[in-house]
Structures are given as C-alpha cells and as structure tokens.
Design a protein around this ligand. Structure first.
Ligand code: ADP
Ligand code: ZN
Length: 727
C-alpha cells in the first residue's frame, strides 16, 4: 500500500504529493511523521494507491489517535485545489494551529474562589482602609470562581496573594476546559410566530439545497435557525451556524448555550489557540454537534451534517481576504452537496447576488415581513447636514440628534451612535501647505491615535511618532482630519457630562474578551451611549436602545468600489435595526450631505426590493457583478520593474485570449497600478478581467494558468474573484 502524503513545509513552492510506504496501516486523513530529506516532517495522508513510480520511504508514525481530517474535507481540499488553492493551505484551514508542530498540551491554570464558608461582605468590612484591590478581588469572586491569571491582570496579584495567605480565598490547579466566554442570555418562553413557523416548515419539508431567508431586522431569524438545528440534532445530524466577525459570537453563544448546552462548539479567530483546539476536538469527537463561529467555522470537523446556516449572509467578512482566499458560501455549498443537507442564508439585506439567485429560482426564497410581536420598524429620519452648516452648526452632531439624545438620556433609555469605520478617522494635515502624513512603505495617509499619541499605518501597522510641526513648511498648527470614534466620545462627553459612554472599535477590542466586556456592560445598562464603528451595526439585541444616530451615512459611498451603494444600504438598515427591538419603539437619525441619493430614499423606507431593482439595473448596464464576474490579478513585487513586467505580460496574455478565442466570454481587460501603489514595500499592480456569467468554468483555468506563468521568484500574483475592496 502506498500513502499519498502532503508534507507540511511552510515555504514550499510546489504543492506536491509525496508517496510513502508504512509498516502498519494508516487511515486516510491521518497526520503523520515522515522522513523528508535528512529531516523529519509532519504530513497528512490524503490518499492511498497501489504502487508508486519511485522507491518510497516509510511513514514513521501516526501522530493522533483519531485522524484529524475527515474524508469529506479531503474531497473539499481537492475541490479547492481546482480553484488554485494549495493542498497544504486547505489542510491548515481545517485543523487548529495547535495541532500542527506538536504544540498540543493540556492547559492547567489556577482557579480562584472564595474559601468555604467565607462571606465576602464580612471579610470586606474587616479590610483595612485603602485595601481597595483586595476588596475588588472579593467582589469579583462573589459572582463565581475566576482564573488567577485573568484576575491578577485585571486587578492585582499581590492582593490575591494576601487574601490567599489569610485563607479567605482558595487556589486550585485545574485542567482548563478552555471554555470561551458567552454573554448571559435571558431565558424566554417563545412560541414561533406564523411567519417563523412557515419558514421552519419550508426548510424542513423542502428539498436539499439553498434557502435564502429575507427577514427584516427583529423578525426572529435566530429562533428559526435554532428550531431547524434542534430538528437536525434530533435526527442525529449536526449543524454549523456562522455569524459575521468575532464581535457577535459571545452573544450568539449565550443564546445557543441556553438552548443546546455543551453540544455547542465554538470556532473563531478570537479564541486562544488552546480554546480553539479544545473546541475543535470536541466537535471532531462528536461531543459537540453544533459548530458556532465566524467564517472559518465552515470547516468545522463535524460529520453527518444536516444544515449550515449563514447569518447576515451579505456580510463582507464571509470572504476571506487573506491567503488562501475563499468564499464561505461556496465552501458551505460544497459541504451541503456532499451531505445532502441544507444551506440557510439569512439577512435583512441580502447581497444582490444572493437575492438575484433567489429571484431566478436557484435558491428557495423565504420572506419574513414583520418583526416578532408586530413591533414597528423604527422611523428613520434623514437630516441634511448641509442645512445644519448653513444654519451655523459646524459640529458633527445635528441639532436634531442632540435633542433626541437629551430626551433619550433623561427618559433613562439607551442610545447607539454609529460612525463609519476607523479607516476614515483622523489623518494629520498641514493647514498651511496641505502636507499629509503618509506611511513610508504604503503611501497611504497615517491615522492619528490619541491614546498613545502616535501615527499608525492601517495597512502595514507601522507606527510613527506624532509630529507637532509640518516637516515640509514648518507650520506649527497641524490639524487632524476627519472625526474618529474617540473624538465623538470626547465631544459627547463634553455635551452630556453625566452620560456614561462606551466605545467599541478596533482599538478598544484588541484584547481577548474585550468585545464581550463592552457589550455585556452596555447590555446590563452600565452605560447610556455606545459609540462605535461597523462592529456595533450587526445583530446585537439590546432591549433598551431607543435611539440610533448615524453620524455620516455618506462615507461608505466614497469607497472606490462598485458595491458602495449596496454596502451603504446594508449598513443603514443594519444600524437602524438596533433600535426599538423590544417594547419600546425606536428612532433613527441619519445624517447625510446627500439626502437625495436613492440609497437614502430606499433605506429610510426599508424598501429592499425597490433598492434591489434600481441597483440591479445599474449593475447590469455597467456590467458589474452579479451580472458579470470580476477577476483581479494582483501583482506584487519588491522591485517596481519586475511588477511592471509581470503585469504587462499578464495583460498581454489575457488580451490575446480575448481577441483570439474568447471574444464574448471576456468582456474587457484592464491593467494599472493598484489604488494603493505600495504596501509593506511591495509595489502593486492589478490586471482586472471582466468575465461574462456562465463562462467561468471555461475561463478560470486559463486565468489561473496565466497567473502562475506570470509568477516568478520575486513576483507574486494573487487571484481575487469579485474582490470586496479594491485597494
Ligand atoms: P433578527 O435576527 O431577525 O434580527 P432576532 O433573532 O435577533 O431577530 O430576534 C429578535 C428578538 O425577538 C430576540 O430577542 C428574540 O429572542 C425575540 N423573539 C424571536 N422570536 C420570538 C417569538 N416568536 N416570540 C417572542 N419573541 C421572539
Ligand atoms: Zn504602512
């Protein structure tokens, strides 16, 4: 028997399958140790065959008791290989990082709790004055045991030692079932509405395939998903539930834990390696049967899959921008075909692409028109910021927004203030000569971070010292550019000194569990206003929020991206959906300098279909997806000439394809410098090909071939299909 092995070498240029023998039987999908040259390497057995054309060496040993790669996933790797994704890159997606390179170990930690019979309040009273840290530790432990490492980071290690030495708290070494945190969910008695019931029945009684649930925000889609999953579990099947991005997971996890207990396994990039390994293993062993997570959970090692659910299916985070690039929905479709299962995609604002497929009958369309309990959608009021300016209001808040905030706060309700993404935050500009601080490697403007008084490049991460004088003309009164979330908080705090304000953006959520902490504080009513970026736009379900302010609805329109209108519509609908979700009704104040743009007209009326028709029309006439496919070949090189030469060669090859063979199938080919000319000292060019629908299968292999021919020692070519952003 000959085993086909993919050897795990990081900088391997060729994705080759090597043949090995073995003195024992090796199941396909095993992780093994093999001799490789003079070294020993890890590898994966991806297949078996009768004999080899060369003399083989033997597999040394099998590394895990249970093969980590399921047969289904091996087929998936072959499928992805046809999309130019190397085997090793796929395999790495399928298993947790910890499993590779023998890094697995069981984690032990000290768990702290109050010693038996100790009353925290009593002890607290007896503490000497000034022992605040000890008091804080006791307070923390009152609500249950905590890990020492976390508590000593958050509070004080010496306070813990003191309390332990006095016998008030006990320390135990435990094997940590590294359980990811979840937000506590309220137990609710829920009877499905007729619409929800109909949706569940349509899925359960329908054929295998793809279901698109178009349901307004607050229509109770999660409940539909969970009912479907419940049924799958009852039938002995498993399910995967995907949510966008990390920020949503603790909340969804809370709801899921309540319903499914420890049958839920969580997988997402915010987990520590240890947590991820543990959860992955529980799923692989069948202890957990519902995989919940962000996009990478689509690779969850579950067998006998009954359903995959993609919540907020329009979300850009479902396309992996890293290497390898993959489309979550594409992977999900592969898996449901393989398992004869169902894929359910849900959104209040489905992507144009999905909705078009539903209109054409490729997906089953299910519509939820009403919020549960018939609550009204919050009214969206458009405020024209140009008029504010004319009236002498130069601040970032309209008068309407401020007075509504005032009312909301005095009524004891909560508000969310949404500011479009951090990338638009403050850059530094000289008012005298117009100099803008830029990254030396990326040629993009740097962003001023007040926290640590630095300038940062948001592409390569490089930090620069803040400048206080223009390096070109010496002018000393430099001005920060656009407003960032920090600035908004500062201003709001000045206007409403008593308000408790929380901020949620990339900066405040860097540390593990930070999202969880912010959201749970807000959910518990410990703050009045939550200011944030896209992160606060999605899915959160806070009952006390009655006002949502959108500071600059226009910003998303300025992306150099054909999806700008669509993204803006989605964003407004999502953010607006945060208001008035329970008994209290909600209001949304949307500030714009473009009040007549059709995006705002449709969005403020929640008219998805109207928007869909208008926007589809535009896309069709301008030949953009979903009516075509755009393939961008991104050419990177440290040397400008090499990048130019490679891009030119690619352009010529593809243009020749168009004129000689595929006159209709290739609509056009363009080559140019990428919008960002240089990132991390790589020069960037792009060759963009517009491909007509239906000819992808014919053309993609040709395009991949051209890309690999243009690749050289110092030139890398990335292929992106319908790129999310063209930077
Ligand atoms: P969506 O994802 O469609 O925006 P959610 O699933 O977040 O909506 O549901 C909104 C709220 O309504 C949640 O708090 C949920 O618990 C509640 N809910 C869902 N279904 C029902 C129902 N049938 N009856 C009462 N409340 C419900
Ligand atoms: Zn940079």
């Amino acid at each position: 028997m000959i085993y086909q092995v993919i050897v795990d070498i990081s900088n391997q240029e060729v994705d080759r399958v090597f043949d090995y023998g073995a003195a024992f039987e090796v199941p396909v999908g095993s992780r093994v140790l093999v001799p490789f040259g003079r070294q020993k390497k890890e590898g994966f057995v991806i297949g078996i065959k009768e004999d080899s054309s060369y003399e083989v060496r033997d597999i040394e040993r099998i590394l895990d008791a249970v093969p980590p790669i399921l047969p289904e996933m091996l087929e998936l790797a072959r499928y992805l290989k046809r999309q130019n994704i190397r085997y090793i890159d796929s395999l790495r997606l399928f298993i947790p990082a910890k499993l590779r390179g023998g890094k697995v170990r069981i984690l032990n930690k000290y768990l702290l709790s109050l010693a038996d019979g100790v009353d925290a309040e009593e002890v607290r009273k007896k503490l000497r004055k000034g022992a605040d840290m000890q008091a804080a530790v006791l307070d923390a432990l009152k609500n249950g045991a905590k890990y020492e490492s976390e508590l000593s980071n958050a509070l004080s290690a010496s306070a813990i030692r003191t309390l332990a030495s006095k016998g008030f708290i006990k320390r135990e070494l435990v094997e940590v079932g590294r359980m990811p945190v979840s937000l506590p969910a309220k137990q609710k008695e829920i009877t499905l509405t007729d619409e929800q019931r109909a949706a569940v029945d349509a899925v359960l009684n329908g054929q295998e395939g793809v279901y698109l649930i178009h349901g307004v925000t607050g229509s109770g889609k999660t409940e539909v998903y969970m009912t479907v999953i419940e049924r799958m579990l009852a039938e002995g099947k498993t399910a995967i539930m995907l949510v966008p991005e990390i920020s949503l997971t603790p909340q969804m996890l809370g709801v899921f834990r309540l319903r499914f207990g420890d049958k839920v396994g969580v997988l997402h990039s915010g987990l520590s390696d240890g947590e991820r390994y543990d959860e992955w293993r529980r799923l692989r062993m069948g202890e957990a049967r519902v995989a919940l997570g962000a996009r990478s959970a689509v690779f969850a090692p579950v067998q006998n899959l009954g359903a995959i659910i993609i919540d907020e299916e329009h979300d850009a985070s479902y396309v992996s921008e890293g290497n390898p690039r993959y489309f979550t929905a594409d992977i999900a479709q592969f898996r449901i075909r393989h398992n004869k299962a169902k894929l359910i995609m849900g959104s209040a604002t489905p992507s144009l692409e999905s909705y078009l497929k539903a209109c054409r009958g490729e997906y089953h369309l299910i519509t939820l028109c009403n919020r549960v309990n018939k609550r009204e959608m919050p009214v969206i009021e458009t405020v024209d910021m140009r008029r504010e300016l004319r009236a002498g209001n130069t601040s970032i808040f309209s008068r309407e927004l401020l007075s509504s905030l005032e009312k909301t706060l005095s009524a004891g309700n909560q508000a969310m203030v949404f500011l479009n993404r951090r990338g638009f935050a403050s850059f530094v500009r000289c008012r005298s000569c117009g100099y803008v601080a830029r990254c030396r490697d990326c040629e993009v403007s740097l962003t001023f971070h007040k926290d640590d008084n630095t300038l940062k490049c948001h592409y390569c991460g490089k930090q620069y010292k803040m400048i206080d004088k223009c390096p070109v003309c010496g002018f000393e009164n430099l001005k920060e550019g656009r407003t960032g979330t920090e600035k908004v908080v500062e201003e709001l705090q000045r206007i409403f000194p008593k308000a408790r304000i929380l901020r949620m953006d990339n900066d405040t959520t860097k540390t593990k569990d930070a999202c969880y902490n912010i959201l749970s504080s807000f959910g518990e009513g410990k703050a009045d206003i939550l200011v944030g970026t896209q992160m606060i736009a999605k899915g959160h379900d806070f009952s006390n929020v009655t006002l949502v302010g959108i500071l600059d609805a226009d910003l998303a329109l300025y992306y150099s991206d054909y999806r700008s209108n669509e993204r803006t519509f989605q964003l407004i609908t999502q953010v607006a959906g945060r208001a008035g979700r329970e008994q209290k009704s909600g209001r949304v104040i949307m500030q714009t300098t473009n009040p007549n743009h059709y995006v705002f007209r449709y969005a403020s009326r929640y008219d998805y279909k109207g928007f869909f028709e208008k926007e589809s029309n535009v896309r069709e006439t301008t030949k953009f997806p979903p009516y075509t496919r755009i393939v961008r070949l991104l050419v990177l090189s440290k040397k400008d000439e090499c990048a130019i030469t490679a891009a030119r060669k690619l352009y010529e090859t593809l243009s020749a394809l168009k004129t000689e063979t595929y006159k209709k199938e290739i609509i056009r080919v363009q080559a140019m410098r990428a919008p960002i000319k240089r990132i991390c000292s790589n020069f960037r060019f792009q060759v963009v090909v517009w491909v007509s629908l239906g000819s992808e299968e014919l053309l993609m292999p040709e395009i991949y071939k051209a890309a690999s021919e243009a690749t050289a020692r110092d030139v890398t070519v990335f292929t992106e299909i319908n790129p999310q952003q063209m930077l």
